[in-house]
Ligand binder design. Structure first.
Ligand code: HEM
Length: 300
């Protein structure tokens, strides 16, 4: 935000301008009702602004505020107190949720009304020009300060939500990264026990229980192979790669194949074996369909 002196300098607003504006105050005082009444007619014609003018008490308060502001434009005294007042007006509009666009429109309406008034009441062309210039400067500076409140509010909102968003995203990313790490560690742990199981299966073979040992060892190896796939997939995922659902279907298939191997060893009932075989068939079809859709998706 600028100080009043900076604002005056930037708008080339001189003491002469202030004096010219002060000379217009009686005219503004005499016309404040007419101008603001016309402005309300105009604002009532726009549904978005009419919505703010429905309450009679608010309207009465508003008329006084808007008329005081209009007369205040021509006080001839523009200090930091005046600047604070303008900032407060800007904030009042932000608070009620009025779109800044309509403040601009209303300012344009007021500008035309004032310029018309100056033209009608001043015969001298040079004087008309000076009075109009001074009025335009003070109106533009008013709009400038009022709009700045909107911008600041927007920036604040954006700043807060942006910071919150990126913090949230970062926290979630860390959390999923942590979960993935735990998963990798758990997978590694399970893989070690699978290796132990494989060792146990070999012991069976050496103990003479060859059929049981070989089939179990085969099943365990299948599981180990799948664990390697799963771990590889997880590590890829940790490095930012894509999640591959196919690996998970593969794991279920391998687990099922192992179950079938054991089931034959156990000489389970035919229905149980048929059920397992049926499930395997369905999983096989799902695997095929998913892998086909993945290939289509990558355009191969
Ligand atoms: C030239 C543009 C405008 C100026 C200079 C202006 C001026 C003011 C002022 C001085 C206040 C009192 C602020 C305070 O309480 O500190 C105010 C409040 C308000 N203005 Fe404006 N205004 C303008 C445009 C509009 C427009 C287009 C609307 C749309 C309907 C509007 C609706 C309101 C409302 C609803 C309040 C709050 C009333 C209350 O509850 O007290 N203003 N405005």
């Amino acid at each position: 935000m600028f100080t009043i002196d900076e604002l005056k300098r930037h708008y080339l607003f001189t003491d002469d301008d202030a004096a010219l504006l002060a000379s217009l105050q009686p005219l503004a005082e005499a016309n404040k009702h007419a101008i603001t009444d016309r402005m309300y007619d105009y604002l009532f014609g726009i549904p978005e602004t009419a919505a703010f003018l429905q309450d009679d008490a608010v309207l009465q308060r508003l008329k006084t505020s808007h008329q005081d502001w209009l007369v205040g434009l021509f006080s001839g005294k523009y200090d930091n107190h005046y600047l604070r007042k303008l900032e407060k007006i800007g904030l009042a509009h932000v608070r009620i949720g009025l779109n800044a666009h309509f403040v601009n429109c209303a300012m344009n309406f007021i500008r035309q009304a004032l310029v018309d008034l100056i033209r009608e009441t001043n015969a001298d062309r040079e004087m008309r020009r000076k009075l109009t210039n001074a009025t335009e400067k003070i109106l533009d500076a008013n709009l400038d300060v009022m709009s700045a409140s909107y911008l600041e509010e927007e920036l604040k909102k954006e700043f807060v939500s942006h910071r919150l968003e990126s913090k949230l995203i970062r926290a979630t990313e860390r959390f999923t990264y942590g979960l993935n790490l735990i998963l990798v560690l758990a997978l590694a742990g399970v893989s070690i026990s699978v290796v132990a199981q494989f060792g146990w299966d070999l012991v069976h073979i050496f103990q003479g229980n060859i059929e049981k040992g070989v089939l179990s060892a085969l099943g365990t190896l299948l599981i180990l192979w799948m664990m390697i796939e799963l771990l590889g997939n997880e590590i890829k995922n940790l490095k930012g790669g894509k999640f591959n659902i196919l690996v998970f279907i593969g794991v279920i298939i391998v687990a099922l194949i192992r179950e079938i191997l054991i089931s034959t060893l156990r000489h389970d009932a035919l229905e149980t074996q048929a059920f397992l075989a049926g499930t395997l068939l369905i999983l096989g079809i799902v695997y095929y369909l998913v892998s086909r859709s993945q290939k289509d998706g990558t355009g191969h």
